[in-house]
Design a protein around this ligand. Structure first.
Ligand SMILES: Nc1ncnc2c1ncn2[C@@H]1O[C@H](COP(=O)(O)OP(=O)(O)O)[C@@H](O)[C@H]1O
Ligand SMILES: [Mg+2]
Length: 291
């Protein structure tokens, strides 16, 4: 351990997870630093500048920035300089975008909810006619359940497309999905390399259809069956991930469907109800150099 040099935890917001990762690394006696992305200034041709030059060319970066675009571009710049970043750029690109992730999952034989891509009101309506009502519309980039819409009928579909036409062009990429018939819960599993470190069921709060903890969901431990472990590890690999949060739904007929792979995953609730050592195990995985 320690062969990968100093461990930098990149952040823009210090959440429970960033503190837990820092404390886990410090407990192991590692040379660990918190690095605020807002203080970073990178010379793309020469050395890296951060106040008085923090990096000497060695070191490993745990990418924990919440801001998607910042996360992606910072990872690109660091990898360009030859640093190892967890997760790697290829993972941030693919898993950071639900449509790209979907493509990678299906290509690798992992079951995912039936989904469609469209760009105009006409084609969105055709897509939903094929998927059936209710359908789900998701932004390709986003989290915490934000801007994910349940479309119950044609009037709602037309209204939503009309609204989206006034938004940033990214929101005019219509990623549509069948509404999966599942229990009122989904599964969040934390994967590091070839292992699932812990998993929870997330039950929706207040009768809502979305099960995100950020929307008041409730967590219970989820046993890690060999099937769950296999699907999650393959999903992680499909998006070039190292440490990710895999979200799955239990379809009545098809079994486990993966609907998201989170590259900067939250794991506070998994730690609370399923595995208290999860931050330690993530740090151990990273310090072993992955793989
Ligand atoms: N196709 C679907 N069918 C039924 N429920 C869904 C579907 N897609 C998402 N959900 C619900 O919405 C939640 C948020 O969706 P998700 O794709 O994970 O986006 P986010 O990145 O915002 O968490 C899921 O955890 C699940 O509870
Ligand atoms: Mg999710």
């Amino acid at each position: 351990m320690g062969s990968v040099g100093r461990l930098y935890i990149l952040y823009d917001l210090v959440r429970w997870e960033e503190k837990a990762l820092y404390e886990a690394a410090a407990r192991k006696g590692l040379d660990v630093r918190m690095l605020d992305s807002k203080d970073i200034l990178i010379d793309l041709n020469g050395g890296m500048l951060h106040g008085s030059s923090v990096c000497d060319g060695s070191g490993t970066f745990l990418q924990r920035c919440v801001g998607y675009f910042r996360n992606l571009h910072l990872t690109a710049a660091l990898e360009g300089k030859g640093y190892r970043v967890v997760n790697p750029f290829q993972c941030s690109v693919i898993a950071g975008n639900k449509l790209f992730a979907h493509i990678a999952l299906v290509r690798n034989g992992i079951k995912a909810p039936r989904s469609m891509l469209a760009f105009t009101q006409d084609t969105v309506l055709k897509a939903i006619d094929t998927l059936g009502y209710p359908a789900v519309l998701k932004p390709t980039v986003g989290s915490w359940g934000r801007l994910i819409a349940l479309i119950r009928d044609r009037d709602a579909a037309e209204a939503i497309v009309e609204d989206r036409e006034h938004m940033f062009p990214l929101y005019q990429i219509y990623y549509l999905q069948e509404y999966v018939k599942r229990p009122p819960r989904d599964i969040r599993a934390i994967v590091a390399g070839e292992r699932v470190l812990g998993a929870i069921y997330r039950y929706s709060g207040d009768g809502r259809w979305k099960t995100n903890m950020a929307l008041g969901g409730r967590a219970e431990p989820c046993p890690v069956s060999s099937e769950l472990e296999d699907v999650c590890v393959r999903a992680c690999r499909a998006v070039n991930g190292e440490v990710v949060g895999v979200d799955l739904m239990e379809d009545e007929a098809r079994g486990l469907l993966v609907h998201e792979v989170n590259p900067t995953t939250e794991f506070k609730n998994v730690a609370r109800v399923a595995n208290q050592r999860i931050a330690d195990e993530i740090v151990e995985y990273v310090m072993q150099g992955g793989g």
